[in-house]
Design a binder for this molecule. Structure first.
Ligand SMILES: CC(C)(COP(=O)(O)OP(=O)(O)OC[C@H]1O[C@@H](n2cnc3c(N)ncnc32)[C@H](O)[C@@H]1OP(=O)(O)O)[C@@H](O)C(=O)NCCC(=O)NCCS
Length: 151
């Protein structure tokens, strides 16, 4: 599997995959807008001209944030989610990030399992953050140095 860095030209393909992954997907215009910023990076695994896994990350000084991660439902459980996440971590570490943050719905068990397995720790909670119902859990991972990570 090859994880590639992708740019704004991928916005339509990113939106198509996002739609398969989320109840409230982002439109292609949102991906295009985010990817036009120098602070964001996107990585994807492609097959037959489609994205089957993606991650979007934003860096600000020595902190970075995973904005979204998703894998085609037909391709889950094969390590793709972990692969794109690790690629994003490496990219922001190379750019000087020390801490990486993300938010996840309290009921999203697969994502919570992925982040825990990847070495993230739960550090906080935003009550009723998602549409006034579900809590958002805040996870953080400390990036020690290039190629090395720790909770
Ligand atoms: C979360 C998501 C990205 C995981 O992608 P994936 O490619 O299936 O994950 P991987 O195969 O790389 O799994 C890596 C690890 O995560 C954990 N994991 C992933 N899915 C899991 C599941 N359904 N149940 C339990 N553990 C799971 C496992 O520990 C797994 O490692 P292991 O197989 O060695 O035990 C995928 O389920 C997805 O796209 N969900 C919808 C979008 C979403 O919720 N994104 C996150 C928003 S915050």
């Amino acid at each position: 599997m090859i994880v590639e860095q992708v740019a704004a030209q991928s916005a339509e393909r990113m939106a198509a995959l996002h739609e398969k992954c989320f109840d409230h997907p982002w439109p292609a215009s949102e991906f295009a807008s985010l990817l036009s910023m120098t602070s964001t990076r996107a990585f994807a695994v492609q097959r037959d001209g489609c994205h089957i896994a993606l991650v979007l990350v934003r860096i600000a000084a020595d902190e970075a944030e995973i904005l979204t991660v998703g894998v085609d439902p037909a391709e889950r459980g094969k390590g793709l989610g972990m692969a794109v996440l690790e690629r994003a971590e490496q990219a922001v570490a190379d750019l000087g990030a020390i801490s990486l943050f993300l938010e996840v719905n309290q009921h999203n068990d697969p994502a919570r399992a992925l982040y825990t397995r990847a070495g993230y720790s739960e550090i906080g909670r935003r009550p009723r953050y998602y549409r006034g119902r579900d809590d958002a859990l805040i996870f953080r991972k400390t990036l020690l140095e290039r190629g090395q990570t720790g909770a």
